[in-house]
Design a protein around this ligand. Structure first.
Ligand SMILES: [Zn+2]
Length: 457
């Protein structure tokens, strides 16, 4: 007679060896111990590879790093545990992205006004799975209704990265989060009708100090990790040209104060020097884009230890390739010229640089997320880029304080007690960063929370 319990155990172990993500995943929050032997380690902080040590992952966390480790007592390779021979591959922390929009997999007009309500969620589940398979195990989401997706991922049903959600964009009327493409209509902001962008979780239009306070409180009620302010125009705004500054210093200070009361922080989409300066004075803890900041403003960012979250890929291609059409093309070219200045200035000042990609628009653009690794080589060494994508981003995520959703250990590093979010790279990314830009071939193993999602070893 077959013992049902041991049959199940063996089947599940076989399934994880064959790396069937669904089955491995279904084992839930206490995956079996995994011992990784023979890897060279980039720990997220140290510029040189560490060799000659093994890494043991138990209960989703790294439990030990040392020479000649063994699986814990009572577990045995292939049954309740697994030994992986890295064969000299480089082990890195899972990559992180400080500026995503996980829900934004179509035009914003379709997502808010034209598609069925549940379409955005269905697309985002697949988008999240692909993102994890590109090696991104944690993302800071910079706006959109991602709370439901986060819950599905955290529950272990949907594969995807950990998400630090912002939820609604906080935008002024005609600001960067005021997406309604119509110009001649009775605005929902002044008439008794609901704004579809609010109903679908994308934007709260808030003008004046009492309204912005209420908007921040609502984001926090949903579970926002941090607050995202739309603070200036941009290349793609429905109404606001690139030179526009949004929100007053009083409104910005009120937003920051509300976030601070909840132990977290605000960050701001801002291009103009005035918008960036006002936001710094108000107390934001990071700046998104920020490319037209003057030298003096960037110096202030450095003095106040503000983390700079800009994107290098988005302005390294021509307007066609960036998906620009019509009015967006001249705005894009203007931004591109300013961008080069911004990159050079921030590099020269040694600003603390996050790794973020801001890839959005259609699900097929997703692979560009990995191209950011290569775009940065115009300014940074591979080790600097990998540090940005791991420990520096993790430092930024820590600024959410008690609103940080993942409190069991540090992210973005390989250290005892850290999350078991790990990649095995088929080569040395410190010498060849293109391995990260081509994850299908470049990544041999992808693990999040001690669960294996890809294993080609
Ligand atoms: Zn963005």
């Amino acid at each position: 007679m077959i013992d049902r319990r041991s049959f199940l155990k063996t089947s599940l172990a076989a399934a994880s060896c064959a790396s069937l993500p669904g089955l491995a995943f279904a084992q839930g929050s206490s995956p079996a111990p995994i011992l990784i032997r023979g890897a060279s380690i980039f720990d997220g902080r140290t510029p040189e590879l560490i060799t000659g040590v093994d890494v043991l992952i138990e209960n989703g966390l790294i439990s030990a790093i040392g020479e000649n480790l063994d699986l814990p007592e009572g577990s045995e390779d292939g049954v309740a545990a697994q030994v992986i021979d890295a064969d000299g591959r480089v082990l890195t922390p899972g990559m992180t992205d400080a500026h995503t929009h996980v829900m934004w997999n179509d035009t914003i007009e379709n997502l808010i006004y034209a598609s069925p309500h549940e379409y955005a969620g269905a697309m985002a589940a697949e988008g999240a799975r692909r993102m994890l398979l590109r090696g991104f195990t944690t993302v800071r989401d910079m706006g959109g209704p991602s709370f439901g997706l986060k819950r599905a991922i955290d529950s272990g049903v949907v594969p995807g990265p950990r998400i630090l959600p912002s939820g609604f964009f906080i935008s002024q009327t005609s600001g960067h989060g005021d997406f309604d493409p119509r110009h001649n209509y009775l605005s929902p902001h002044f008439t008794p009708q609901m704004d579809p962008a609010y109903l679908r979780g994308w934007t709260i239009i808030a003008d004046g100090v009492p309204e912005v306070r209420k908007a921040v409180r609502e984001c926090l009620r949903y579970g926002a990790s941090q607050i995202k302010i739309m603070g200036s125009g941009s290349v793609t705004g429905a109404h606001d040209p690139l030179d526009v500054t949004e929100y007053t210093p009083e409104e910005l200070s009120a937003i920051v104060e509300e976030a601070t009361h909840w132990g977290t922080y605000a960050t701001i989409h801002a291009y103009t020097d005035v918008a960036i300066f006002n936001a710094i004075q108000a107390g934001v803890r990071s700046i998104e884009h920020g490319l037209f900041a003057s030298e003096a403003t960037m110096q202030l960012m450095k003095e106040k230890d503000i983390i700079y979250s800009t994107q290098f890929l988005s302005f390294s291609v021509g307007p066609d390739q960036a998906g620009m059409t019509g009015d967006s093309i001249p705005k894009y070219l203007e931004a591109q010229a300013g961008a080069k200045n911004g990159y050079e200035r921030s590099k020269a000042l040694g600003l603390k640089m996050a790794f973020g990609t801001d890839i959005l628009g259609t699900i097929d653009l997703g692979p560009f997320q990995s191209q950011e690794f290569v775009a940065r080589t115009a300014y940074y060494e591979p080790v600097e880029i990998l540090t940005q994508a791991t420990s520096i981003n993790a430092e930024l995520f820590e600024r959410s304080g008690q609103r940080h959703p993942y409190q069991d250990g540090p992210l973005g590093v390989i250290a005892e007690g850290a999350y078991g979010d790990l990649l095995l790279v088929n080569g040395n990314p410190l010498e060849d960063i293109t391995l990260m830009a081509n994850p299908d071939e470049g990544l041999g193993l992808i693990m999040k929370g001690g669960t294996i999602f890809k294993n080609t070893l």
